[in-house]
Design a protein around this ligand. Structure first.
Ligand code: ATP
Length: 405
């Protein structure tokens, strides 16, 4: 199916008329490339832009077990270098196929890509095979303590060092980094001025953006400028306190002795469409109503601020909390309307290296369970073409929907 025949999704409709993007990570090992690649992917999928990460390490591990030995990463080890280069080409080939055949919009290539040669090769392959926008994201970090903490957090128990003692894994990984440092060429403002890129220094202390193109790349830059890696927790239901403008959330927090902010964006979804969403798909939006996709769009500024914040408590409504949970838990759009958000429960989210831990603290208050599971729908409803937004209901049907409320 050609690009022109794709089905129109919400993200496609809103962002740049379906232009395709390849985002390429750059940087020494343990600089947060995978962390950013996964987080960015979760965010773009959440706003309706189909995104997938292609991790070069996964390709290498499929064909060799040598990654636990730093000698595999020595630049002089020609056999290993050829093998790693082949993996990069395989990953890029898969990216091209995914964008062309599986209707992907943004592919994130997660690898070190530390030499100008490698970046030129990627540029040439992409230019030749695809009409798409290429954007490099480089993470630069010279804080040795942070790098060591990163290694301890995600590398020593990671897939490369299964069965290896943590101290041995740490020592080996530090040597691996030394091998990369000998060939590392950071993105060069003069020699690589033909590329579009963003450089992030020391987890966002400084950011440099060069020749970014279009709305999706601007969105990526804007998002990555909001994230941080400090440890914190976010509490839903119940400390800065954020509430909607609706009385029931304000009342819930009236006895909490903490600064409170009211967000109109946290108001509950429009009631008419929320009923319709349960029975149809979350892309439908009826006249004067809201779909879950509309709600996600409304909540984007809230997510940006939540990314910047330290500890915060958000007291909001079922549909709103579903959207926020879908973002933090990486839950697909079609599952979003069925996420369970129990009453009288505090949901504690603690962002971790590659995801988010979740804990439910049930308060001792009896209540009814208002959750409704995903209904069984006939197969053809799932495969039917996606509806265009702004569907209007004939006047005669509207009273029926209102009565069903
Ligand atoms: P490798 O090349 O070995 O795959 P990597 O660069 O992908 O390494 P990650 O696996 O992403 O490194 O490292 C995750 C760790 O990096 C987490 O502990 C996270 O807190 C931290 N981190 C996230 N962003 C940054 C950043 N911009 N700079 C440094 N560390 C970061």
């Amino acid at each position: 199916m050609s690009v022109r025949q794709r089905r129109v999704s919400y993200g496609d409709a809103v962002y740049e008329n379906r232009s395709l993007h390849i985002v390429v990570m750059v940087g020494l090992p343990a600089r947060g490339k995978t962390y950013m690649a996964k987080k960015l992917t979760r965010y773009l999928n959440w706003v309706g832009i189909k995104t997938k990460v292609f991790n070069n390490g996964d390709y290498v591990r499929k064909i060799t077990r040598q990654c636990s030995d730093h000698n595999f990463f020595r630049p002089e080890n020609e056999e290993a270098s050829m093998l790693r280069k082949k993996c990069s080409v395989d990953a890029i080939t898969d990216i091209v196929r995914w964008l062309q055949e599986e209707h992907g919009r943004v592919a994130v290539f997660d690898a070190t890509n530390t030499t100008r040669d490698r970046r030129r090769m990627i540029h040439q392959i992409v230019e030749k095979q695809l009409t798409c926008k290429l954007f490099f994201i480089e993470s630069i970090c010279d804080d040795a303590q942070l790098v060591e903490a990163n290694i301890k957090e995600v590398k020593v128990n990671g897939p490369d060092y299964k069965g290896v003692k943590p101290e041995k894994a740490l020592a080996d990984f530090l040597q691996r980094i030394e091998h990369y440092k000998r060939i590392y060429e950071p993105l060069d403002e003069e020699k690589e001025k033909y590329l579009s890129y963003m450089k992030i220094y020391n987890t966002g202390e400084k950011v440099l953006v060069h020749k970014h193109k279009g709305h999706v790349q601007a969105k990526i830059v804007y998002y990555l400028m909001h994230i941080h890696i400090s440890k914190r927790s976010i509490y839903f239901s119940r400390l800065k306190v954020w509430t909607s403008w609706m009385q029931r959330t304000i009342q819930t927090c009236r006895d909490i002795n903490a600064p409170t902010e009211r967000w109109k964006a946290l108001n509950e979804i429009d009631a008419v469409s929320s009923v319709i969403n349960v029975y149809h798909m979350s892309l439908f939006r009826y006249r004067r109503g809201e779909s879950y996709e509309d709600l996600v769009a409304r909540l984007e500024p809230v997510i940006m601020e939540l990314e910047r914040e330290s500890n915060v408590l958000v007291v909001a409504h079922q549909a709103v909390l579903r959207c926020l949970l879908a973002y933090f838990r990486d839950i697909a759009t079609d599952e979003l309307p069925y996420i369970e958000v129990p009453l009288h429960t505090v949901i504690k989210l603690t962002p971790a290296a590659y995801g988010c831990d979740i804990e439910y603290v049930h308060l001792d208050v009896p209540s009814v369970n208002t959750h409704r599971g995903k209904p069984q729908v006939p197969g053809d409803l799932n495969t039917a073409p996606l509806p265009i937004v702004n569907v209007e209901i004939p006047q005669t049907y509207q009273p029926t929907f209102r009565q069903s409320l």
